[in-house]
Design a protein around this ligand. Structure first.
Ligand code: 3PG
Length: 408
């Protein structure tokens, strides 16, 4: 049954279309250059199609979060997109000010404009329902200049932020090609996962990961969870391991006493179904591995060790479905790619269905030249996890709302 509009449902010619995408990319820590633009590549089909249908296209997107080292403007993103679509993508360092409005007014059919990082706006970082976001300064300013809203930001579909859910309250709205494809493919893969189903949870956003571990085990989506990355460090700490001051400092940003207790509870509830690293790697002028029993260590833990990779690989080889969200360590750093790479190879060689998701994870898979060997590569990390849990995705719910309203 049809629940949302797609690009097939509207005639965009000569109309102004606001397109929200998720092109949040991994950056090089020193140069702040984009190191992997898979998410930009994956939205270029929607962009090219809209241009060829002669609309005036205004792109809204975010990069990272305010206060984080990789929170940067989107000029590089515009250049990368331009390369992928073979057309100029104008960029304006503004979102709702005079400069942005003048640039939007000046667009011609077939023209593309990227606005700056939407998370510069206070209203964007507030989590509110669609109706309230429809009243935000962002929506009130941009919606009157547009005819349609298209959302292709599957990677951010779990966020109820105003550029993601506010416009559906006031404009005819559709899912872009990437969003439609991700929803369709992932439903096919995970409605009935082949058992056993093994989730490998890592990356840096471990506050979200802690809840996720409990949820996927409780709901039977995963039979076993293997922890890596900062999520693994957080669970080790919850188990009473003192990692060392630097590692704990890195964790302190998100590791509240509440989510430490949640991690402890998850380990009590699920016992051996949650597996933690047995060794780790630190940067000691080069890679140095040490057993978890030999921690604390002065240098920060930035990868899982090779014994952990071997142990995890044995579990992954027996899996019917394996899913990785978040790299196992700082894979961009020479000598520290082996945790992430080793687990990815185990997923591929294991022969079960293998799915990876998330900006950094996909960046790693591309960097290792492994992307083509997985059953599916999703642009989404957190959104995919929410989807897998069968929880509603606010962006999809808002698109459904717009569809119901407009079909009357
Ligand atoms: C992601 O990378 O998961 C999305 O871009 C959402 O980013 P966020 O977790 O900062 O909201």
């Amino acid at each position: 049954m049809k629940e949302i509009n797609t690009l097939d449902d509207f005639d965009f010619q000569d109309r102004t279309v606001l397109l929200r995408v998720d092109i949040n990319c991994p950056l090089d820590r020193e140069t702040l250059h984009i190191v992997n633009d898979a998410r930009i590549r994956r939205i270029s089909q929607t962009v090219s199609e809209l241009i060829s249908r002669r609309c005036k296209l205004v792109i809204l997107a975010h990069q990272s979060r305010r206060g984080k080292w990789d929170f940067i403007p989107l000029d590089q993103h515009a250049k990368r997109l331009s390369r992928h679509i073979g057309r100029e993508v104008a960029f304006v360092d503004d979102v709702i000010g005079e400069k942005a409005l003048a640039a939007i007014s000046g667009l011609q059919p077939g023209g593309v404009l990227m606005l700056d990082n939407v998370r510069n706006l206070d209203c964007e970082t507030e989590k509110r329902p669609m109706e309230e976001h429809a009243e935000s300064v962002l929506v009130k300013t941009l919606a009157p200049m547009a005819d349609y809203f298209v959302c292709d930001a599957f990677g951010a579909a779990h966020r109820s932020q105003c550029s993601l859910v506010g416009f559906q309250g006031v404009l005819p709205s559709a899912a872009g090609r990437l969003m439609a494809k991700e929803l369709f493919t992932l439903k096919g893969l995970f409605d009935e996962p082949k058992r056993p189903s093994v989730f490998i949870i890592g990356g840096a956003k471990f506050g979200d990961a802690i809840k996720m571990v409990d949820n996927v085990l409780r709901r039977g989506k995963a039979d076993t969870v293997l922890l890596t990355g900062l999520a693994g460090n957080a669970f080790l700490k919850a188990r009473g391991v003192h990692l060392g001051d630097e590692s704990e400092e890195i964790l302190s940003e998100e590791l509240t006493s509440e989510n430490l207790e949640a991690a402890r509870q998850a380990m009590r509830d699920h016992g051996p179904r949650i597996i933690l690293p047995v060794d780790v790697a630190v940067d000691d002028g080069g890679r140095r591995e040490l057993a978890v029993g030999d921690l604390p260590c002065e240098q920060p833990v930035i990868d899982i060790g090779s014994r952990s990779v071997e142990k995890y690989a044995r579990v992954i080889h027996g899996a019917g479905t394996s899913f990785m969200s978040g790299p196992a360590g700082w894979y961009e750093k020479e000598g520290f790619e082996s945790g992430t790479r080793g687990l990815m190879l185990a997923m591929i060689e294991g022969g079960g269905r293998s799915v990876v998701g998330g900006g950094h994870t996909v960046g790693a898979a591309d960097g290792f030249d492994l992307s083509d060997r997985f059953s599916y590569v999703s642009t989404a990390g957190g959104a995919l996890e929410t989807f897998l849990l069968g929880k509603p995705l606010p962006v999809v719910e808002a698109l459904k709302h717009a569809y119901q309203r407009d079909k009357k």
